[in-house]
Design a protein. Sequence first.
Length: 291
Amino acid sequence: MELKIEAAAKGIKYKKNKEDRINIFITVLVILGAMLVLFPIFWMIRTSFMTNLEINTYPPALFPKKWLFSNYPEAMKTFKFLLYLKNTLSIVIPAIVGVIVTSCFAAYAFARLDFKFKSFWFSLVIGSMLMPGAITIIPIFIMWSKLGFTNSYVPLIVPAFLGGGAFNIFLIRQFMMTIPKELDEAATIDGAGHLQIIFGILLPLLKPVLISVGLFTFILYWNDLLGPVIYVNDQDKQTISQGLATFKGGFGTNWKSLMAASCLASVPAVILYLFGQKYFIEGIVLTGLKS
């Protein structure tokens, strides 16, 4: 009897030691991954306080010898942050609204409605993610130029209202599938239509995934350089990404000003993420009401 108890105790101890080793291994991997992600951010911040001579010194120093806060006012002389911020938000805010609304409607159709070839159409939507965006740039540009919308934000905003993107539809649809259909059925019995079901019942429950989609859309449009370069010509209409590109010249790059401007351009995205991180994580994990 004692031998059995001793053997069981050894088995439990071995299992616990194995779990501890696995947890330590996972923790080390997470720390290494975090360092890989955070190091470029640290390098950008540290570079923004250096002189160009110090930046180009080899081997590079981990910290600046003297922290030059004057790099930021100097960068602001060239980098019209408030103007670029206003221009970028003029694109980003309508795009977020368009993406959330249209992808929510499309996801509702695939998650709740029954129609012929639904699986086929959903497969086409998902398959569209495999198509490189570069192959549509020229025909879409020709279309907008013939419509007379070049040098405006219209070609950058309108596509957001045309479906919201396959990934966003998939994300919202998967989240919506976790919400019991009994809620819809009860609302239908009470005389509610599709719009009333979406806005009155589903929308409050979809808040985590909608915030996640909003954050993805914000990052996509905030960092977009190709679109504004193609469609926006006037300097007064340039976005933040275009403003950052002005620091790279044919004869060299003003790295200290570029890094200082990059730090300023990162602030809105960081603030937005800090406010929405709880819902962002919940939306990605797809936690919702279970039927």
